[in-house]
Design a protein around this ligand. Structure first.
Ligand code: Z5A
Ligand code: MG
Length: 217
C-alpha cells in the first residue's frame, strides 16, 4: 500500500484590531518557507470574491446592510473558500488563516442586536473545516492605540472593540482545554510574538494524520 502523506495543519490567527495578525501571518509564512515547508495564507474577509466585495463596501461604509444579512455574508465568504482550504490541507500544505469564524461570532454578537444571540451568530459556521490550532493575539487598548489608532472602517472604535474582546474571551473558554486555542501576549515586540506563535505552531508544522474536524460538530 502506498504510504499516506500527513495532511497540512489548519492554523488560525485571531485578535482585535491592530493586534498584529496580518504582520504575524506574513512572518510565519516566511518561517515555513525558510524551512522549505509548503504553506498557504488565507484571510477573512477575502475581499476579492463577489461576496467579499459586498463585505468590503459595507466595512468602508459605502453601503448599508441589515446586520443579519451581513453576518451571513461573512459566513458565506468562508463557505465559498472552505473546499479550497480542505484541498490545500489534503495536499500537505499548512494553511495559515488571518481571522476566521471566531471573528464572525465576536463582531456580530458584540452588536447586541435583538435576534442576534451568540448561538445565532455561531450557527452558519457550524460544519466549516475546524482549525487544528487557533492563536489569539491579545493586545491591550493602549498598545492598539500606539499602533496608529483605529482606522476609518466600521467597528474600528473603542466601545465596539471592548465588546468584541468579551465575546472572544467567551469563545476562548468554550474552545476548551487550551490545546486548540491559545492566547498570546500581542503587546510584546514583533519578534517576541512570532517566537511565541512559532513555539505553539511547531508541533503542527509537519502536518497531521488526524482527519479534518468540523467546527462545532
Ligand atoms: N469581521 C467581521 O465582522 N466578521 C467576520 O466574519 C470577519 C471579520 C472575518 C475587517 O477585518 C473587519 O471585518 C474587522 C472584523 C470584521 N473589523 N474590525 N476591527 P480585517 O482583518 O480586514 O482588518 P484589518 O484592518 O486588515 O486588520 P486589523 O485587524 O486592523 O489589523 P491586524 O492585522 O491585527 O494588525 P497589523 O496590520 O498586522 O498591524 C497593525 C499595525 O501595528 C501595523 O502598523 C504594524 O506594523 C504594527 N504592529 C504589528 N505588530 C506590532 C508589534 N508587536 N509591535 C508594534 N507594532 C506592531
Ligand atoms: Mg489585518
Amino acid at each position: 500500500m502506498p504510504e499516506r502523506k500527513p495532511r497540512g495543519a489548519f492554523i488560525v490567527v485571531e485578535g482585535l484590531d491592530r493586534s498584529g495578525k496580518s504582520t504575524q501571518v506574513a512572518l510565519l509564512e516566511q518561517r515555513f518557507k525558510a524551512e522549505g515547508r509548503p504553506v498557504r495564507l488565507a484571510k477573512f474577509p477575502d475581499r476579492a470574491t463577489p461576496i467579499g466585495k459586498m463585505i468590503d463596501a459595507y466595512l468602508r461604509s459605502q453601503s448599508e446592510m441589515d446586520d443579519h444579512a451581513v453576518h451571513l455574508l461573512f459566513s458565506a465568504n468562508r463557505w465559498e473558500l472552505a473546499q479550497s482550504i480542505i484541498d490545500s490541507l489534503n495536499a500537505g500544505t499548512t494553511v495559515i488563516c488571518d481571522r476566521y469564524a471566531f471573528s464572525g461570532i465576536a463582531f456580530s454578537a458584540a452588536k447586541n442586536k435583538p435576534g442576534m444571540s451568540y448561538e445565532w451568530c455561531r450557527a452558519p459556521d457550524i460544519g466549516l473545516p475546524a482549525p487544528d490550532l487557533t492563536l489569539f493575539l491579545d493586545v491591550s487598548p493602549e498598545k492598539a492605540r500606539e499602533r496608529g489608532g483605529f482606522g476609518a472602517e466600521r467597528y474600528e472604535n473603542a466601545d465596539m472593540q471592548e465588546r468584541v474582546q468579551h465575546v472572544f474571551e467567551r469563545i476562548g473558554v468554550e474552545m476548551g482545554d487550551g490545546s486548540r486555542w491559545f492566547a498570546v501576549d500581542a503587546d510584546q515586540e514583533q519578534g517576541a510574538v512570532t517566537d511565541e506563535l512559532w513555539m505553539r505552531i511547531q508541533p503542527h508544522a509537519q502536518g497531521t494524520e488526524r482527519p479534518i474536524q468540523r467546527l462545532w460538530e
